[in-house]
Design a protein around this ligand. Structure first.
Ligand code: NAI
Length: 475
């Protein structure tokens, strides 16, 4: 740790981080092309951009793309376990303030978010890059408290983490009076990375509480149909293997949820030759799972047979403490959705007679892994303490897929800067930009695109240069 304007685990890891950044740049053609295209114009010049997004090597390339377009950036992670310490160090030595390390406590996590949101002169950001909506939520709660509605801070909080957030807001009310109402009106907009964050933004918009414009990056086709699917296909089993070093082949795996992340996760497991079961509430997604060849059933029915459980729903209480007490001995439980409330961990720890043994802490490769033993002698393994397995126990998605997501992020930040007076609401990027992101990644894969003739374009009623699909097309 350091007294400089950053807080990372070990600044001496910077050189190693830089070497991995160099490798990642070659795998992130969209971001490098965006630097090239907008470098001269400097569309983010003078703008303060705060990011709350997993501080990985890939994110480091995003940060350097934003700074190369003129932005003044501060960063924190959006998960206590997802920081790659060498990536954080490599960025910190360039003078970009980073507040992130692997294995933060909840208090440290929220303090880092506050620090990343607060420039040294006390000002806040013009724009935010958010993943899961924690930075946006903190600002909205802070404004609510400073506007006189402080009752909610007295709780009861719905979780230990919510209590930590309430305590932070109370501290800031005293230490930085007027902070939130000073910084919030200057914020022009946020670009949101993930399904869960978009869900939060839409809830705020519907209640009329949203304070600034938001770009829904997640629902660019080149984000959710790539990162959520192919990213998880790569990184789910990577995480399980690093955590447990277990053979997945032949085991029965239960995937809860068959949306984009569920589809990628199921494929990750089936590629390892697991037998995959799926649970769903949506009949369309359930039917898709059946058509792909998976058995659709409930968690309850999977209990006697499943060896591995993966939650992918973005919903809560998917695997209950009772479920875990009835699983097969040595079952593996993990979550790849954004928040850890998909699995009832607090309830599990409160169950009479349950004992917890730490197998690997978060500073050991593949950790954290914990074993919970029940009074009947059976045990289960919980990976990444129920937080995102792929970022907690492994290194998240690979660079190429994140290049698609982060090119959307960069374009969204430029779009917010260029449309600073846009009304408050949640918007998506245009299909032209979505197609552009895909186009930027084809060359690297040696793909050769076919060009429509004017006659063909007229026949199917699309412009020769696109967009090629109507808005309602589902890909
Ligand atoms: P989605 O909305 O496409 O899929 C979620 C699915 O879960 C839906 O089909 C829904 O019907 C189903 N579901 C909801 N409640 C359920 C229940 N009780 N039982 C069974 N199924 C249920 O969302 P998406 O894009 O797949 O994202 C899921 C989560 O993963 C979100 O929290 C998102 O933020 C996160 N995410 C994580 C990533 C990672 O790298 N770990 C990458 C991208 C997203």
């Amino acid at each position: 740790m350091s007294n400089e304007d950053y807080k990372v685990a070990d600044i001496s890891l910077a050189e190693f981080g830089r070497k991995e950044l160099d490798i990642a740049e070659h795998e992130m053609p969209g971001l490098m092309a965006t630097r090239e295209k907008y470098g001269k114009e400097q569309p983010l010049a003078g703008l303060k951009i705060m990011g709350s997004l997993h501080m990985t090597i890939q994110t480091a390339v995003l940060i350097e793309t934003l700074t190369s377009l003129g932005a003044d950036v501060r960063w924190c992670s959006c998960n206590i376990f997802s920081t790659q310490d060498h990536a954080a160090a490599a960025i910190a030595v360039t003078g970009v303030p980073v507040f992130a390390w692997k294995g933060e406590t909840l208090e440290e996590y929220w303090d880092c978010t506050f620090k990343a949101l607060t420039w040294n002169d006390g000002s806040g950001p013009d724009q935010i890059v958010d993943d899961g909506g924690d930075a946006t939520m903190l600002i909205h709660l802070g404004v609510r408290a400073e506007s006189g509605d402080t009752d909610f801070l007295e709780g009861p909080a719905s979780s230990e983490e919510e209590q930590v957030v309430f305590d932070l807001i109370k501290r800031v009310l005293v230490s930085h009076p007027g902070h939130w109402t000073k910084i919030a009106p200057k914020i022009v907009g946020v670009s949101e990375e993930t399904t869960t964050g978009v869900h939060r933004l839409i809830q705020m918009e519907e209640k009329g509480e949203l304070l600034f414009q938001a770009i829904n990056v997640n629902d660019s086709v080149t984000k959710s149909k790539f990162d959520n699917v192919y990213g998880c296909r790569h990184s789910l089993c990577d995480g399980i293997k690093r955590a447990m070093d277990v053979l997945i082949s032949g085991k029965v795996a239960m995937v809860c949820g068959f949306g984009d992340v569920g589809k990628g996760s199921a494929e990750s497991l089936v590629n390892e030759r697991a037998r995959v079961l799926v649970s769903e509430v949506d009949p369309i997604c359930a039917l898709q799972a059946c058509m792909t060849g998976y058995q659709v059933t409930t968690v309850e029915d999977a209990l006697p047979v499943a060896d591995i459980y993966v939650t992918t729903t973005g919903n809560k209480d998917i695997i209950t403490a009772k479920h875990m007490s009835q699983m097969k001995d040595q079952a593996i439980v993990c979550n790849i959705g954004h928040f850890d409330n998909e699995i009832q961990i607090a309830e599990l720890e409160a169950m009479p007679g349950v004992t917890k043994t730490s197998i690997k802490t978060d500073d050991i490769p593949g950790g954290p892994v914990d074993r919970y033993t029940f009074p009947n002698g059976n045990s289960i393994y919980l990976l990444a303490a129920g937080r995102l397995i792929n970022l907690g126990c492994a290194t998240g998605h690979p660079s190429f897929v994140m290049s698609n997501s982060f090119t959307n992020q960069t374009i969204a930040q430029i779009d917010i800067a260029k449309n600073a007076d846009r009304k408050v609401g949640v918007f998506r990027l245009s299909k032209e930009l979505d197609e552009e992101v895909a186009r930027l990644h084809l060359g690297k894969l040696g793909a050769k695109l076919t060009t429509l003739s004017q006659e063909q374009a007229d026949y199917i009623s699309v412009p020769v240069d696109g967009p090629y699909k109507p808005e309602h097309y589902r890909y």
